[in-house]
Ligand binder design. Structure first.
Ligand SMILES: *Cc1c(COP(=O)(O)O)cnc(C)c1O
Length: 428
């Protein structure tokens, strides 16, 4: 389904869109430097005043209460994962008990694979793809080795074609020796949305366990876990959810699996009623919090409280709607003004297949990305030729989208990128 949208290429048009934008007022709640256009929320979302406030509240509680921080305000921080899960659940439509806010994504992948990978002589393979962010694969290979198996034999890699994963290739790979499939929902380079419903249904029909990585999806697109009924999922909170650098990640365990034992058990996954009896035997808390490991990272979680309230106020449907409109407008302007400079669009134009960013391709992408940074457009580059531009619903204006295309046009006219070294730097 492709929504038809009417855009204009003049500079009055984005101002008109901004003045009619029901989400426009949220921008004031974010801390964005005057001199920059922030288009990097797919990598690290910006700070908000709301996130700052809940972080400082936690610091104040520590100052005032010391160890009593755990029990203050009705055990708020002791049960923080639950409170944050309440705020997060509407974004992915599941029960709050099915979410634990804990650890980092990579640890959570070890946790869920360690829990759900149960190889037998007949079923012992895990389906993955070859274009996902590689930490997911490192964790899977590591878990396979811990079971005494060889990743070369066990990890079944579905090859993407020109950076595009075809769901039918995944389904065709679901042979009788496959026990599990684990894929990302949105690709970090191309913003491709995988048809989770199609893959999940096909897997379940064959008795295959299904897990998803929502890292580039949560906060950007709508996800309906009740409809999907997948087995598990993981995601980070510092990208579209604006939780801050290294903010606490999360995982989802479908409630029908609550009785399973976690692959990586720890005392924070013990039933809270008996946790402080400090017994030598683990008593599993039978909800997603049973998959917590150690003491919650309060200062890495606290900004999320404020940040998630912004999502609650704005509503994920409205956020998705504006995000699609922003990326469609950006693509329209690229088509109008930049194609003759050699730019192409690497993401799908179909709304159901496009996540939160635009994947702008150019042979000189790396050097152009550097000039954009020098000119205050914060974005990033991914090898070999991708500039990722992420206009987001809560803090990007239509006029900023217009401006970056104008800046790109100017860079290309003067060939300013030729001054830049081709030697690469870390992160951005
Ligand atoms: C961002 C991202 C991660 C991050 O993992 P951390 O352990 O939080 O550093 C993992 N997987 C994917 C697919 C990602 O996009």
């Amino acid at each position: 389904m492709m929504e038809v949208r009417e855009f204009q290429s003049n500079s009055e048009f984005p101002k008109f869109l901004d003045s009619n934008d029901p989400l426009g007022h949220f921008r004031q709640r974010f801390c964005i430097q005057k001199s920059v256009i922030y288009m990097c929320g797919n990598s690290l979302g910006p700070a908000s005043k709301d996130a700052e406030e809940t972080l400082y509240r936690a610091i104040e509680k520590w100052k005032e209460e010391g160890v009593k921080i755990w029990s203050t305000d009705n055990n708020k921080y002791f049960f923080y994962s639950r409170e944050l899960a309440q705020l997060m659940a509407p974004l992915i439509n599941c029960d709050p008990e099915e979410i634990a806010v804990t650890e980092c994504v990579t640890t959570n992948i070890h946790q869920v694979i360690g829990t759900f990978f149960k190889p037998t002589k007949i079923r012992y393979k895990i389906i993955v793809d070859d274009i996902n962010f590689p930490t997911d694969r490192y964790a899977i290979d590591g878990q396979v080795r811990l079971k005494g198996l060889d990743p070369v034999e066990v990890v079944k890699v579905v090859k993407a074609k020109s950076n595009y994963l075809d769901e039918d290739d995944v389904i065709n790979a679901m042979t009788e020796d496959v026990q599990m499939v684990f894929l990302p929902t949105v690709y970090y380079r191309t913003a491709q949305i995988v048809n989770m419903k199609k893959v999940t249904e096909a897997a379940k029909k064959r008795g295959i366990v299904v897990g998803w990585d929502f890292c580039h999806a949560i906060g950007a697109i709508e996800i309906d876990l009740k409809l999907l009924d997948a087995d598990f999922a993981v995601w980070c909170t510092y990208k579209y959810l604006n939780g801050g650098p290294g903010s606490t990640a999360a995982l989802y365990i479908n409630k029908r699996h609550f009785k399973m034992l976690p692959g990586l058990p720890g005392w924070f996954g013990n039933k809270f009623e008996t946790q402080f009896l400090l017994r030598q035997t683990f008593e599993h808390q039978e909800d997603a919090n049973g998959w917590q490991i150690g003491t919650p990272t309060i200062f890495s979680s606290a900004p999320l409280e404020g940040s998630l309230r912004l999502f609650q106020e704005a509503g994920i449907q409205n956020i998705r709607k504006k995000s699609l409109h922003l990326t469609a407008y950006l693509m329209y302007l690229v088509d109008e003004k930049l194609t003759h400079y050699g730019f192409t669009i690497g993401n799908s134009r179909n709304d159901t297949k496009r996540g939160g960013h635009v994947c702008l391709e150019h042979n000189e992408g790396y050097r152009i990305s550097k000039v954009l940074l020098d000119r205050g457009v914060i974005q990033d580059f991914r090898d070999p030729n991708v500039i990722r531009l992420t206009p987001t619903a809560l803090y990007t204006s239509y006029f900023e989208v217009y401006r970056i295309v104008e800046i790109l046009e100017d860079i290309m006219k003067g060939a300013a990128y030729k001054e830049i070294s081709t030697k690469k730097t870390i992160v951005v």
